[in-house]
Design a protein around this ligand. Structure first.
Ligand code: 5GP
Length: 191
């Protein structure tokens, strides 16, 4: 068994904080890290592929997986939309001798952290301000006024969770935030 078996890294933050950009940077740089593909019942956005960005499922398929105890954690992150980390996904990555990187919401991150305590590095990516978060989410062009308002409301609440995690990284400059995250991960994995 590889020495990284059961280790995992969580990047968590309110939507729009830049955690996905940081995750992509690290995965492209280090082949030993592997993106944990979550399951979701939301519809794919333009350009998103099943089995790459998410495992897209119907609500029925998702609920069936819950009943089969197929998830490490799952949440209804936004109104009626399920998101979850599959046990089979973490096993797939560990079996390749790699470390999974989970890009998940704050509640999910709290649950995974409790389950994997000593084997888990959890990083909270903090946006400079709620105003900046709003600007970033608006510029994505993928949000309706309603979904934008939902994400901003949730973000304000999630920002109060920053002290629950191993490290907090301020993302006021993406290159700097990537470099800091890289350093924290290298220390955790003893690289
Ligand atoms: P999006 O719809 O923008 O892809 O993701 C919405 C939110 O759901 C993001 O904060 C994302 O990190 C989170 N998310 C994605 N996958 C999972 C998961 O497996 N579990 C949980 N709890 N949250 C997830």
């Amino acid at each position: 068994m590889s020495s990284v078996h059961n280790k995992l890294i969580i990047l968590t933050a309110p939507s729009g904080s830049g955690k996905t950009s940081i995750t992509r940077f690290l995965i492209n740089k280090y082949p030993q890290l592997s993106f944990s593909i979550s399951a979701t019942s939301r519809s794919p956005r333009a350009g998103e592929k099943n089995g790459v960005d998410y495992y897209f499922m119907s609500v029925e398929e998702f609920r069936k997986k819950i009943d089969e105890k197929g998830f490490i954690e799952w949440e209804i992150v936004y109104e009626g939309k399920y998101y979850g980390t599959l046990k089979s996904e973490l096993e797939r990555i560990w079996n390749e001798g790699k470390v999974p990187m989970l890009d998940i919401d704050v509640q999910g991150a709290v649950h995974v952290q409790q389950k994997f305590a000593g084997d888990c590095l959890s990083i909270f990516v903090e946006p400079p301000s709620v105003e900046e978060l709003k600007r970033r989410l608006s510029s994505r062009g993928s949000e309706t006024p309603e979904s934008l308002a939902t994400r901003i409301n949730k973000a304000s609440y999630e920002l109060s969770f920053n002290h629950h995690f191993t490290k907090t990284i301020l993302n006021d400059d993406l290159d700097k935030a990537c470099a800091e995250t890289e350093q924290v991960i290298k220390e955790f994995l003893g690289w």
